[in-house]
Design a protein around this ligand. Structure first.
Ligand code: DGL
Length: 268
């Protein structure tokens, strides 16, 4: 029988965006096998209700369990906001989200205690970041949240450095500039792709790319549970599954992952 440590890490997202998280995990843990699931047939999650997101997340978890993964990373901020606690309660393997690592990193970086967070409409309305910040002990922080619903379609239309993206970023982020935040959490899978634009608009503000913090958290948990892959020489295999036609996912995976990957269709 295959040792648990040799099993793959499962990562899921509403679509292609979670590949930013997969990329950071691959950098941090290059010997691990990865199974990625992008729910391309039902993307976007960012404007859907809590009930719907929990139902979708559970269906994907069942798929992950059938692939015998040793851990699941909920790479989607919207799914993490709504379904993480439910998944952690319902499944016998570690389930890691993206909210807590992002908040932890923002707390580490912020000097003045004023932190901003941007995300999809659903993530921001869930108040998941406020709740996580309130849970953490020690110094108190002020959190300023904004949803930026056009950022995802701008990235997916490959307008990453276009003038129109600058204009939209100016409009969304202006209120945050007025709050004198020194740290901004990029609370959505797609936003690290817009780091240059967001960085220009929010000059002098530290940007938290949660994917890096998540990768470190994944290592910490695997180490803690004795689940790190023993294959120290071999590069891990990555296989992607999508719920819609693989063609457009392949087209985008270059921007998000920066390596070629196998993509197959999966029926949930
Ligand atoms: N993956 C989603 C998130 O991080 C963004 C795309 C979507 O709305 O599904 O919230």
């Amino acid at each position: 029988m295959r040792a648990i440590s040799a099993k793959p890490i499962g990562i899921f997202d509403s679509g292609v965006g979670g590949l930013t998280v997969a990329r950071s995990i691959r950098k941090e843990l290059p010997n691990e096998d990865i199974i990625y699931f992008g729910d391309t047939a039902r993307v976007p999650y960012g404007n859907k209700s809590r009930e719907t997101i929990i139902r979708f997340s559970k269906e994907i978890m069942e798929f992950m369990m059938s692939r015998k993964v040793k851990m699941v990373v909920v790479a989607c901020n919207t799914a993490s906001s709504f379904s993480l606690a439910n998944l952690q309660r319902s499944y016998p393997i570690p389930v890691v989200g993206v909210i807590k690592p992002g908040v932890k990193e923002a707390r580490r970086l912020s000097r003045n205690g004023k932190v901003g967070v941007i995300g999809t409409k659903s993530t921001i309305s869930s108040r998941a970041y406020e709740k996580e910040l309130a849970r953490s002990a020690g110094r108190s922080y002020s959190l300023y949240a904004r949803s930026c619903p056009l950022f995802v379609p701008l990235v997916e239309n490959k307008l990453v450095r276009d003038q129109v993206t600058y204009r939209v970023a100016e409009k969304y982020l202006k209120p945050l500039r007025g709050k004198k935040i020194d740290t901004l959490i990029l609370g959505c899978t797609h936003y690290p792709i817009l780091k240059t634009v967001i960085g220009k608009v929010m000059k002098g503000v530290m940007l938290v790319d949660s994917s890096l913090a998540v990768a470190k958290e994944v290592r910490r948990i695997l180490q803690r549970d004795g689940l790190l892959s023993g294959h120290v020489k071999k590069r891990g295999k990555m296989t992607c599954f999508v719920s819609d036609d693989p063609g457009s996912f392949r087209d985008f995976s270059g921007i998000f992952l920066k390596e070629k990957t196998r993509v197959k269709k999966a029926v949930l």
